[in-house]
Ligand binder design. Structure first.
Ligand code: 13P
Length: 253
């Protein structure tokens, strides 16, 4: 079975102490014990080492960065490089979140560069894609997402592509309380898989975990995750509440 993943994206929330408390409350329950399950916490940069220390002895729990630089090193004030993440043993990194694409002008090409740097260090990229509302309303979301995938991922070898986790996050569903319907999510996840299959073959495409993100909550995770091509979720708001995120972890197939 493909890896089923519950990933928390804390974004720019919580103080250090609040983050420590939240992690402690969730980890007390040690829910990620099934072999094909992974629980990932994408925490702010200053909390990475603390979070890593809290999870090192636990199976199937991982800590992710929320971003990395597309530059290797040098005079880029305020940036955090892949080599830095590697040097503190971080094994996952979100890239291409729609908030970064929108507010920090991240292009598909820039994300291709980040992917290359991450894969060189054997860090799993969690690659986000997804369409804005006007594209959904024009019913051109399939082409839009296909272009994001092609321009950022298709230079990779099949072996490298297999190391990538994809997160489909329709922008109109992020932080809005409005989720894609299970049909809309399944349809897009199947489309993403078919785009990958056309390029790399069905065997490769079938190995790739595709997460859904956008208003995943404790009370809808079961239904969303039940779809055959949905392999878990990338969760914002509900990942900041221990009991809610615990329910979301429990909803993994
Ligand atoms: O952007 C998201 C996760 O990366 C989704 O955020 P919400 O779960 O708050 O809608």
């Amino acid at each position: 079975m493909r890896k089923q993943i519950a990933a928390a994206n804390w974004k720019m929330n919580l103080t250090y102490l609040e983050g420590q408390q939240l992690l402690g409350d969730i980890l007390e329950n040690d829910l990620g014990s099934k072999d094909h399950h992974e629980v990932i916490f994408a925490v702010p940069f200053p909390y990475l080492i603390m979070a890593k220390e809290k999870t090192t002895s636990l199976k199937n729990y991982f800590i992710a960065a929320q971003n990395c630089s597309n530059k290797k090193s040098g005079a880029y004030t305020g940036e955090v490089s892949v080599d830095m993440l590697d040097s503190i043993n971080i094994k996952h990194c979100i890239i291409g979140h729609s908030e970064r694409r929108e507010y920090f002008n991240e292009s598909n090409q820039m994300l291709a560069e980040k992917l290359n740097l991450l894969l060189e260090k054997d860090i799993t990229p969690i690659f986000c894609c997804g369409e804005p509302l006007d594209i959904r309303e024009a019913n051109t979301q399939n082409d839009f997402v296909e272009t994001q995938l092609k321009e950022s991922l298709f230079h990779l070898s099949a072996d490298d592509l297999k190391k990538v986790v994809i997160a489909y996050e329709p922008i109109w569903a992020i932080g809005t309380g409005k989720t894609a319907s299970t049909e809309q999510a399944q349809e897009m996840h199947a489309h993403i898989r078919s785009v990958l299959a056309n390029q790399y073959g069905a065997d490769v495409a079938n190995e790739i975990s595709i997460l859904y993100g956008g208003s995943v909550k404790a009370n809808n995770a079961n239904e969303i995750f039940a779809s055959p091509d949905v392999d878990g979720g990338l969760v914002g708001g509900a990942s900041l509440v221990a009991l809610d995120f615990i329910e979301i972890i429990k909803a993994l197939k």
